[in-house]
Design a protein around this ligand. Structure first.
Ligand code: HEC
Length: 96
């Protein structure tokens, strides 16, 4: 086999390996760890200001979207901070 052929085979195998990862993150919207870390911090700082902090497992992803949108208005929380908090809640309310 020529070197270029070997390279092509490796590239194709690499692409096949990437496909499931790409479609998984597109469907499940897997957030990046830095965003989850920012969200965890913002959740602790923002969401206990007016009432006891709620457990992430209290609501489903969809319910959290509604509730955090509501709380965004209540607490005048910036959109990027709310998106971080939503990413944190999505990542931590999953039952293993
Ligand atoms: C400015 C004060 C304030 C902040 C900040 C705040 N909340 Fe609330 N929250 C309220 C009030 C007041 C209620 C009672 C419902 C209402 O009248 O809006 C409430 C109700 C809730 C409820 C009950 C269900 C619902 O949506 O009404 C949940 C869950 C909740 N908050 C979660 C959160 C989370 C998560 C955050 C952080 C993103 C947050 N709250 C930040 C004031 C606040």
């Amino acid at each position: 086999m020529k070197a270029s052929t070997i390279f092509t085979v490796i590239a194709l195998v690499g692409l096949v390996g990437l496909v499931p990862t790409a479609s998984y993150s597109a469907h499940d919207d897997v957030p990046d760890p830095a965003q989850i870390a920012r969200g965890a911090k913002a959740w602790a700082e923002q969401c206990g200001r007016c009432h006891n902090i709620r457990s992430p497992s209290e609501l489903t992803d969809e319910e959290w979207l509604v509730s955090t949108t509501h709380m965004r208005v209540r607490g005048n929380i910036p959109g990027n901070v709310i998106r971080d908090i939503q990413a944190f809640l999505r990542s931590s309310n999953k039952k293993e």
